[in-house]
Design a protein around this ligand. Structure first.
Ligand SMILES: [Zn+2]
Ligand SMILES: [Zn+2]
Length: 318
């Protein structure tokens, strides 16, 4: 059981989920995501298989969900019930490969394409679930990035609220559009391509670059140049190019930094959300090389000890 609590000072929704502390910690003997352990995971929501019928990518509800399909009762402590909401939504796991030691940085582009297809297809399906307002696809790679299981996997959460971080980005996108008459992100992509220095790679209609004001070393954004606010609008024709580019930049990070821990997030706004056409979805990759400390927590300002232009050069050449 968990619930959402609203912080009126910061506009943040916090998921209070005490049972999450029961998640597996430290090394474990049997991997629940390896072939042969399928019966230990809840009912599958997606499966892509090879011609022989062996699964290549599969998804299923998370056994330790932060959002549950059925809303539980709110804890009735009597304090601020108006600031609480049931944590009703969806939380799924995507097992990215049957191979325990596989990684997105090293897998075949055709397999990476299946992973992206799974993210898109499950995002699309969860967007249709009543009460789901926002979808986040994310991946924690390595312990420093918060991963509790080493089998390659990612997660998709369907939230009943829009996080404040996303609201702020959407508000800014709408504001910018009203001034310039053009998408903020389309403009940014054009400017970055014209400058060239921070571009890491391009494949087809997708561009990867280190943001001008990257907040940490080797942070990367991958954008579709075709304007679209919702990741579920990624087309079948675009999948191979995005897979090739993602594989390329993750491969560069892997070679340059030696399999670094990283977080990958798909930033997207549901096409059912008012104003979503002003937003532009993208993938953010943040290697976890340092630690967030008091200054960052206290100010929301990050200190990047690297020059973004130099990081981009190293990634291009890796
Ligand atoms: Zn495994
Ligand atoms: Zn755009």
């Amino acid at each position: 059981m968990s619930e959402l609590r609203y912080n009126t000072a910061t506009r943040d929704w916090v998921i209070v989920a005490p049972e999450r502390s029961k998640r597996p910690q430290g090394p474990r003997v049997d991997c629940p995501f390896c072939p042969g352990a399928e019966e230990h995971t809840p009912d599958e929501s997606l499966r892509f298989s090879d011609p022989a019928g062996n699964w290549l990518v599969r998804s299923f509800p998370n056994g330790f969900p932060v959002m549950t399909p059925q809303a539980g009762d709110l804890w009735t402590h009597g304090d601020f019930p108006e600031l609480c909401r049931p944590s009703a939504g969806r939380h799924e796991v995507v097992a990215e490969s049957p191979r325990h030691d596989d990684s997105l940085a090293r897998m075949e582009p055709a397999h990476l394409e299946l992973v992206l297809r799974a993210w898109r297809d499950r995002s699309k399906a969860l967007l249709e679930v009543s009460g789901v307002d926002h979808i986040i696809v994310f991946k924690n790679h390595g312990e420093k990035a918060g991963s509790s299981l080493s089998h390659p996997h990612s997660q998709i959460v369907g939230l009943p609220v829009m996080p404040v971080q996303v609201q702020v980005r959407l508000e800014e996108a709408v504001r910018s559009y009203s001034i310039w008459g053009r998408c903020l992100y389309c403009q940014m992509i054009d400017s970055e391509r014209a400058a060239g220095k921070r571009i890491v790679a391009e494949v087809g209609q997708f561009t990867a670059f280190v943001p001008f004001a990257a907040f940490s070393p080797y942070s990367l954004w991958i954008f579709p140049r075709r304007h679209a606010g919702c990741f579920s609008l990624l087309s079948d024709e675009e999948l191979p190019d995005l897979a090739a580019l993602l594989g390329k930049v993750l491969g560069s990070l892997d070679r340059l930094l030696g399999d670094p821990a990283y977080n990958l997030v798909v930033r997207s706004i549901s096409c059912h959300t008012a104003g979503s056409r002003y937003f532009h979805y993208y993938l953010a990759i943040v290697p976890r090389l340092g630690r967030v400390a008091g200054f960052e927590l206290g100010t929301g300002m990050f200190i990047n000890p690297h020059l973004p232009e130099e990081d981009a050069r190293q990634l291009r050449e890796a």
